[in-house]
Design a protein around this ligand. Structure first.
Ligand code: ZN
Ligand code: ZN
Length: 160
């Protein structure tokens, strides 16, 4: 898996909201759930997930956070200036605090990991013709995400 360079600087589309990545990502995936569609104003979300301790973010005053209904509880933040998705906080039972970054906020040229799967594919508004596994249904989508997060955390530990 390709890795992001620690210290990678990131920002939203307008550049007003910034953060720094200080550790390796756990995984990247495409989510087709309706909340991701609405939040991203897109057919699906391309997101990269980190341990929250690997993200330096102190600009909460620039960001509008909203909790969308439906578990797991994700606190989703949009830049107060360009209103584009900037950062999302995910708290799962028994997991350390996680941060979801819309992958487009990670500067081009940095080595994003390859996405591992499409989840909530039953909600798709667009057929995707790639070789990635596609998971339909709430439970199998959640199970896949949990499994990938756990293996990402194990990898992360090995590299720490
Ligand atoms: Zn912005
Ligand atoms: Zn989603």
């Amino acid at each position: 898996m390709n890795q992001i360079n620690p210290g990678q600087h990131c920002h939203c589309e307008c550049g007003k909201t910034e953060f720094t990545i200080t550790g390796k990502p756990l995984m990247r995936m495409f989510c087709h759930c309706t909340i991701c569609q609405e939040f991203n104003d897109a057919n699906f979300a391309d997101v990269t997930i980190f341990l929250s301790k690997d993200i330096e973010f102190d600009q909460t005053q620039h960001v509008d956070f909203k909790k969308y209904k439906s578990p797991p509880a994700v606190d989703r933040g949009k830049c107060g200036s360009c209103h584009k998705p900037i950062i999302e906080f995910l708290n799962l039972p028994l997991f350390p605090s996680l941060t979801i970054i819309p992958s487009q906020n990670i500067e081009a040229g940095s080595n994003l990991p390859d996405a591992c799967a499409h989840i909530f594919y039953h909600r798709r508004v667009q057929e995707i013709n790639d070789n990635l596994p596609k998971y339909s249904g709430y439970v199998s989508s959640q199970v896949l995400m949990t499994r990938k997060l756990l293996s990402g955390m194990l990898e992360r530990k090995k590299q720490a």
